[in-house]
Design a protein around this ligand. Sequence first.
Ligand code: AMP
Ligand code: ZN
Length: 136
Amino acid sequence: MDCIFCKIIEGKIPSYKVYEDENVFAFLDITQGTKGHTLIIPKEHIKNVYDLTEGMAENIFKVVPKIAKALKTAFNPIGINIISNNEKPLQSVFHFHIHLVPRYENDGMELSTVNNYGKFSEEYFMTLVKDIKENL
Ligand code: AMP
Ligand code: ZN
């Protein structure tokens, strides 16, 4: 399979590895959007969150606080964002990954999501809840 992250796990492409266990691999994102920007990936190749089983999610997400705390202690960021891009055009590497992005004063990134507080009715919120729950 022509997957750059599978090749990184296999050691065919070099990476700055920070963590590895039986199921999970973590390494520095090559772009270093902020200092310490790290990617956590499952060793098993899956495209994105829609293919993630509960068991795989357990394995991968349990590593998130471990690495987040290491980044906090190592680099003293003001906070950290945990991001996962899924599907084109958001996703550019089609092997599921979680970005850990330590945040710093004036790091050039947005602080948060768009704030639409107060723009929507209670009915609208109820419709959203219904639409989601029907599909769980
Ligand atoms: P995205 O799929 O948009 O969530 O992002 C994929 C991420 O993988 C980008 O932030 C890239 O910088 C990163 N990336 C791509 N190739 C490599 C590589 N060889 N080593 C480390 N990071 C990589
Ligand atoms: Zn892969």
